[in-house]
Design a protein around this ligand. Structure first.
Ligand SMILES: Nc1ncnc2c1ncn2[C@@H]1O[C@H](COP(=O)(O)OP(=O)(O)OP(=O)(O)O)[C@@H](O)[C@H]1O
Length: 310
């Protein structure tokens, strides 16, 4: 649904994009990952025409974005950036309703949409709709930024280092929120980050860039198992390739039935990843952990040796 075809962009002597070819399927959570200066932000901005390429084209659902007026195009594309840029003198409701207002929606419809989005982002509408941006925490402000980007029901969501300014805990909470939101809305999302862990926790399609080009795109697991370029391997590894792989497998897939699991073993939710199982074993200094279903019953036993063959 988003297709980059030989996209080039030069700023002075800097070649930011050097023939980018990439296809992001409808409904994907695509993450552009790469070092500083790889061209990630530039690529993102060619989609909503904040930047026009020197050569090549960007297609949205088969249509060249250059054929559409930039303001019209941008109303169909949500855009979330680091530090969000909420209007400081506008209430939360007015910030979220900015694009619907531009589109001429009726006040009642805008108000209903604002409340719907606040609830979707798990913020109580009655407590938050009339607040000013200065009265929000960083994580709440970022949620409002996401709500604003979704307000007019865009076809796609572009996110440029959206959680870069948040502390580690809020950042992780926002990542979980985005994964949930993606599953709930089915929107196509294109997110830029240079944080490998963030990329792994969010991407259905991981796209690794360097020097203005795509090095490889695929599921996180595909890139870990078969990196197409030493730079992909170096970027993903960081000495933790085994741990990353474990974070992508379900502990339940490695588990055996637990007839009589000793009470001394740590107990973890049946939906835990292999990495979470390993962390529980390390914390408890045991060589196995018991999976527990939502009904509280034992759902299997996962052993350290099983994790090692994952
Ligand atoms: N408006 C601009 N004017 C001049 N140079 C630019 C401009 N925008 C980007 N560049 C240059 O183009 C290259 C790619 O920049 P881009 O921001 O796309 O990289 P990035 O992968 O997003 O990096 P980062 O992770 O550091 O944000 C960099 O060398 C950058 O300095």
């Amino acid at each position: 649904m988003i297709r980059f075809e030989g996209v080039r962009k030069t700023f002075g002597a800097t070649r930011a994009l050097d023939g980018l070819d990439l296809e992001v399927p409808e409904g994907a959570f695509a993450v552009l990952l790469g070092g500083s200066g790889a061209g990630k932000s530039t690529a993102l901005r060619t989609v909503n025409r904040l930047i026009d390429p020197d050569a090549g084209r960007v297609l949205l659902r088969g249509r060249d974005v250059a054929q559409e007026e930039a303001p019209t195009l941008r109303r169909r594309i949500g855009y979330v950036i680091q530090g969000i840029g909420l209007f400081p003198h506008w209430t939360v409701a007015r910030n979220i309703g900015a694009v619907p207002r531009l589109l001429g929606w009726e006040d009642r419809r805008i108000a209903a949409r604002v409340d719907e989005l606040l609830a979707l982002l798990r913020l109580d509408p009655s407590a938050y709709r009339d607040r000013m941006p200065a009265q929000l925490s960083g994580g709440q402000a970022q949620r409002i930024g996401v709500a604003r980007a979704l307000a007019a029901g865009p076809d796609i969501l572009l996110m440029d280092e959206p959680f870069g300014a948040l502390d580690a805990i809020t950042r992780q909470a926002m990542q979980q929120e985005m994964a949930r939101l993606h599953a709930a809305t089915g929107k196509t999302i294109l997110l830029v980050t240079h944080d490998v862990d963030e990329a792994f926790s969010l991407a259905t399609q991981l796209c690794v860039m360097a020097e203005g080009r795509l090095l490889q795109a695929g599921t996180p697991r595909e890139l870990l198992d078969a990196p197409a370029d030493p730079r992909v391997r170096d970027l993903l590894d960081g000495g933790a390739i085994g741990m990353r792989r474990l974070a992508l497998v379900s502990a339940a897939d490695l588990a055996a039935p637990s007839a009589e699991a000793p009470a001394t073993l740590p107990r973890i939710p049946a939906g835990a990843t292999g990495r979470e199982a390993l962390e529980a074993m390390l914390a408890a200094r045991t060589e196995a952990a018991v999976l527990v279903g939502s009904d509280g019953a034992d759902a299997g036993l996962v052993a350290l040796k099983d994790l090692l063959r994952a």
